[in-house]
Design a protein around this ligand. Structure first.
Ligand SMILES: [Zn+2]
Length: 162
């Protein structure tokens, strides 16, 4: 099966059951959140081919499981949260202070800080990584505030770039 066939929706065969169609639609929405386009098609035996693409990049998968594993690998969908000590070395070799997006204080990152990734619904807005201090990490209100603040930031970056 080739990529051209895959982009032709009407051929999506009657061999694919409703549950599979729903799973594929969910997967498609999740890929969209990461800025990837996903299409699929099925042959006469009901075998599925899934095509995921972004700009010139394209990959094919033979099953929903494979495509889902790839989605996990690229970090989708929405708002992954990791503890800072895992990625600390990549952020700072020293202890320069960082800004917490919950309370907007500058503090030295330490274990307990969270590294959050914001992936916008609007593909024109940038994905951003932001930090939350241990105190704010424990507060749902502060986490919501941080998310709102980073959303506003992403929007203003997108508007400045226009
Ligand atoms: Zn904070």
């Amino acid at each position: 099966m080739n990529k051209q066939q895959c982009s032709i929706e009407p051929r999506q065969s009657a061999m694919v059951d409703t549950a599979t169609r729903k799973a594929l639609a969910t997967l498609q929405a999740e890929f969209a959140l990461t800025g990837h386009a996903m299409t699929w098609c099925a042959d006469d035996d009901g075998l599925i081919t899934i095509l995921v693409s972004r700009w010139v990049f394209a990959r094919e998968f033979d099953s929903i499981e494979q495509a889902r594993a790839f989605l996990r690998q690229i970090g989708g969908p929405m708002n992954d949260i990791t503890e800072i000590n895992r990625v600390r070395a990549a952020l700072h070799a020293d202890d320069r202070p960082a800004r917490c997006w919950g309370c907007f204080q500058m503090r030295a990152p330490a274990p307990g800080w969270l590294v959050c990734s914001y992936k916008p619904h609007n593909p024109a807005h940038p994905s951003l990584v932001y930090l939350v201090c241990p105190k704010c990490a424990k507060s749902q209100k502060a986490m919501r505030g941080a998310r709102r603040a980073i959303e506003t930031k992403a929007r203003s970056i997108a508007e400045a770039a226009r």
